[in-house]
Design a binder for this molecule. Structure first.
Ligand SMILES: Cc1cc2nc3c(=O)[nH]c(=O)nc-3n(C[C@H](O)[C@H](O)[C@H](O)COP(=O)(O)O)c2cc1C
Length: 382
């Protein structure tokens, strides 16, 4: 846990290579953010200041493992339904797959019943998650009308009870991801945040948009700074971080322990590398094709060919966009029936990518997955 560290230590800053006589311990302008400085959530060490965001329909294992390779210190599953776990829904249980090379990993739960959330959290701990994250921010009606997600932001009594119940049920740290509140201008997160910490949350992530805002407008990180000043656990700043410069600016302005990156990493692991290290961002065409092929192969292994082919379509646009490949080529890939055909077309336009794929497959460790007593189809990708 970060504890009551001074601003410089809390932000993972290191002294810049300047004359030490010109430095002042408290003058943030004279120190440099080191996004490679480790930090802690409870006993869990997170090796960098970059967290890969949980994203429904995106954060599959292939995405998380790739994120770790490109510099994310912590990765997170998409939100998993507590009711789905309770009823042993096969597809829901399929989200509880943990590979050996994705630690530290948070698995995120959504629900509104403290007892059921505690039971689901025990299962999440049993499959090997390092952290149980609770979703108190999802703005989607299907979730909010059940009293879960963002609805909890304005339920000052139930929200801390859920945290307390889950924190009592598991030994791993429990964290919470919040939005600012339900309505535009709401400051509910500042009222709720300290209560959640008191109830046992080891860290909070704030995406400072309201639920009604969805993804419009800008994330207001002045709220993140206020939240940092109210609690003594590490805060993760989520929203609109897409570059090293922005990451540093947000960390320095807010005192947050880390930044979380979501949309900026879709089809763009190179953005993660740039955010952590600065410097080189854009990959070559061959690198793009190779990472996409690896991603396709992993998604097929994870989801099975049928589910993977529809899941992957949005990724073709994300990987091949940004002027990397001509638009008609993206459209052509989306029309193809099988992932094998997509792979063949990618190698046709970027022949040297096949060598890179071989190298990547040799480097990326395989297997080592935790399995529960679950139907074989879940692991076989059905
Ligand atoms: C497609 C998509 C799915 C998301 N799913 C989740 C989710 O399952 N759980 C969650 O806490 N946040 C979810 N989010 C919110 C992100 O984690 C993040 O807080 C938000 O996108 C702001 O960060 P960004 O500007 O870096 O994208 C989702 C966002 C997107 C775009």
């Amino acid at each position: 846990m970060a504890g009551p560290a001074g601003p410089v230590e809390r932000l993972g800053m290191v002294a810049a290579a300047v004359d030490p006589r010109q430095q002042s311990a408290t003058n943030i302008a004279t120190v440099q953010m080191d996004l490679r400085a480790p930090w802690h959530i409870g006993p869990v060490e997170v090796p960098t200041r970059l967290v890969l965001a949980p994203m429904a329909g995106v954060s599959v294992q292939a995405f998380r493992r790739q994120g770790r390779r490109y510099g994310a210190g912590l990765v997170c599953s998409e939100m998993v339904s507590c009711a789905g776990i309770e009823h042993r829904n096969e597809r829901t249980l399929g989200y509880l797959r943990v590979a050996a090379d994705e630690h530290p990993l948070a698995i995120q739960l959504f629900g509104s019943d403290p007892g059921a959330m505690a039971d689901a959290a025990r299962m999440v701990e049993a499959v090997g998650a390092d952290i149980v994250d609770l979703n108190f921010g999802c703005p989607v009606r299907k979730v909010t009308r059940t009293g879960a997600g963002a609805t909890l932001l304005e339920n000052r009594e139930l929200a801390p009870r859920i945290v307390e119940s889950v924190a009592e049920a598991v030994d791993v740290p429990v964290t919470v991801k919040l939005r600012r509140g339900l309505e535009n201008g709401s400051r509910a997160c500042l009222d709720l945040g300290p209560r959640l910490v008191e109830a046992g949350a080891a860290s909070l992530t704030l995406h400072p948009r309201s639920a009604v805002q969805m993804y419009t407008g800008e994330a207001d990180h002045s709220l993140t700074a206020e939240l940092v000043s109210l609690v003594d656990v590490p805060i993760v700043a989520s929203g609109d971080v897409t570059s090293h410069a922005k990451a540093r600016a947000v960390l320095e302005a807010t005192g947050a322990a880390a930044v979380m990156v979501g949309r900026g990493a879709q089809g763009n692991p190179w953005a993660l590398r740039e955010i952590v290290d600065g410097g080189r961002g854009e990959p070559s065409r061959e690198e793009v094709a190779a990472e996409l092929v690896l991603f396709i192969r992993e998604a097929v292994r994870e989801l099975g060919e049928r589910r993977a082919s529809s899941f992957l379509k949005k990724f073709y646009g994300w990987y091949l966009g940004r002027g990397r490949f001509p638009r008609p080529f993206k459209q052509e890939l989306v029309q193809l029936d099988s992932t094998d055909e997509v792979e063949r077309r990618l190698f046709a336009v970027a022949p040297r990518a096949s060598v890179l794929v071989e190298q990547l497959e040799a480097e990326v460790p395989s297997g080592g997955e935790m399995t529960l007593e679950l139907p074989v189809s879940i692991y076989g990708g059905g």
